[in-house]
Design a protein around this ligand. Structure first.
Ligand code: CP
Ligand code: NVA
Length: 308
């Protein structure tokens, strides 16, 4: 039994194996209707709880569909409707749920909630986003890059905007998959220094660059995310926009990257804010492949967690 909590705490060889399995499962399904079950049913007789303490479209649907394709069943639970949202402890919730279900995916607030759940649960726990990380997203991103352009190892990836939860997982992935990472954003929104330390300890180059045009020179991949995350106070919106407007991914910025550079965004996007529609809908954008690959990557993550 494995927990999938964060990219820097998961073995790099296992992460590579998950991506490879995701790709082969995707290939095996080619041309089938989306509701078609996978030929082998590795999650048959498995019940998976999907807990959401924040909104979600992709994570919710891709986990639910992924479990069903593999022959399992899901319970989609909203944190606010559980006793969890009304004072029951995480530890007790973990112990109770472990008596009913075979695996738990949770989208929550503090990373400590995820870790407490994993500590007290007897079943695998998967991180479906916290305030500090979004590892399932980045597994899909690595898969998507490699599907289009081959190995990500040695490539230059540029993150523009807020050094947020998704950015942290991307920096962890830089260390684990061996790509260089440039962060382009203002100092006040710099990414987690511990994540940077981790990636550098693995021998990759992590660069902080305040000038977006300079940052994207020679980039193989540009990645953006919302400027205001779900856990951020909405009162920061105007200030964030003023701080981040020079980091918008538009055609002029993308033109500074390599000719074959790709653009990714975990979605949901705010068109004409962090990215223009011309980039999102343009030839270098792979955002919908990226969204699709959440399904395939997470199916492989769940198999790895359960060892099936
Ligand atoms: N990218 C992502 O996690 O999307 P949702 O918030 O819709 O799940
Ligand atoms: N950084 C964003 C990602 C959403 C999928 C957030 O946490 O709101």
């Amino acid at each position: 039994m494995n927990n999938f909590l964060d990219l820097h705490t998961t073995d790099a060889t296992d992460l590579r194996g998950i991506i490879d399995q995701a790709q082969s499962m995707k290939t095996a399904r080619k041309g089938q209707l989306k509701g078609t079950p996978d030929a082998d049913q590795p999650l048959a007789n498995h019940m998976v709880a999907l807990i959401f303490e924040k909104p979600s479209t992709r994570t919710r649907v891709s986990f639910d569909v992924g479990v069903r394709q593999m022959g399992g069943q899901t319970l989609v639970l909203s944190g606010s409707e559980m006793q969890l949202g009304h004072g029951e402890s995480i530890a007790d919730t973990a112990r109770v749920l472990s008596r009913y279900v075979d695996m738990i995916m949770i989208r929550t607030f503090e990373e400590s909630i995820l870790h407490e759940l994993a500590e007290y649960a007897d079943v695998p726990v998967i991180n479906g986003l916290t305030n500090s990380s979004h590892p399932c997203q980045i597994m899909a991103d690595v898969m998507t890059y490699e599907e289009h352009r081959g190995p990500i190892k040695g490539k230059k990836v540029v993150w523009t905007g807020d050094g947020n939860n998704t950015c942290t997982s991307l920096i962890h992935a830089a260390g684990q998959f061996g790509f260089d990472l440039t962060f382009a954003g203002p100092q006040s929104l710099d990414p987690d220094p511990e994540a940077i330390k981790f990636a550098r300890s693995k021998g990759v180059v992590v660069t902080i660059e305040r000038n977006a045009e300079k940052a994207v020179l020679g980039a193989d991949l540009l990645v953006a995310d919302t400027w205001v995350s779900m856990h951020d106070s909405q009162s920061t919106r105007q200030r964030r926009h003023n701080q981040l407007k020079s980091y918008q991914v538009n055609d002029a910025l993308l033109d500074q990257a390599k000719d074959d550079a790709l653009f990714m965004h975990c979605l949901p996007a705010h068109r004409e804010e962090e990215v223009t529609s011309s980039v999102m809908d343009g030839p270098k954008s792979v955002i919908f492949d990226e969204a699709e690959n959440r399904l395939h990557a997470q199916k492989a993550i769940m198999r790895w967690c359960l060892g099936v």
